[in-house]
Design a protein around this ligand. Structure first.
Ligand SMILES: [Zn+2]
Length: 183
């Protein structure tokens, strides 16, 4: 999935926090967006492996949630939201396509690396590839809670993210061929 789609999922998680504890809405939004996008920074390294940890993020997210429940402040809430969003990102990449520049031409079959088991998880391709039309639709659906719950800068950021997703989706294939050509 696109980094923006993962960012919207992080924001949807933050929207749940905002409903439960409105005073921590902004802390959760920052943690959710950052955690939703962070794993994809490894596109500059070994994509879907260097910063994607489906198992380890999940393992540390659970105690972080417990800590945020017991000691509730902006730091614990933003860290817990970050880790939950990063865990959901890493796990959900297994539902998408392969980490190829041109996944529609690739014979790769793996999606995301599961460090704990020292192997790749297979690509389920519910979303065929990042920037596929269904990826854009999923992103918009996950953006809805944030658009309803948040206002001001967060809502503006969400709308900007939808525009970025739309442009990327429109040009995904030429971008992929250009990147594959460079490699
Ligand atoms: Zn990813």
């Amino acid at each position: 999935m696109m980094a923006t789609t993962h960012g919207f999922v992080g924001l949807a998680i933050a929207a749940v926090v905002a409903v439960i504890a409105p005073e921590f809405a902004v802390a959760a939004a920052i943690g959710g967006i950052a955690g939703g996008i962070f794993p994809d920074l490894d596109v500059l390294a070994e994509h879907r492996r260097t910063l994607h940890f489906p198992g380890y993020y999940t393992m540390v997210a659970l105690p972080a949630l417990g800590l945020a429940y017991v000691v509730t402040d902006v730091v614990t809430v933003s860290i817990a939201t970050f880790l939950v969003a990063a865990a959901v990102h890493s796990l959900s990449d297994a539902l998408g396509g392969t980490p190829s520049a041109v996944p529609w031409e690739s014979d790769l079959d793996h999606a995301v690396y599961l460090h704990a088991a020292d192997r790749w998880l297979p690509a389920k391709r519910w979303v065929r590839y990042d920037g596929a039309p269904e990826d854009f639709v999923a992103g918009v659906v996950f953006a809805v809670p944030a658009l309803v719950i948040f206002d001001g800068a967060i809502r503006y950021l969400a709308v900007t993210g939808i525009v970025v997703s739309l442009v990327y989706t429109a040009f995904r294939r030429p971008i992929g061929h250009a990147v594959a050509g460079i490699k």
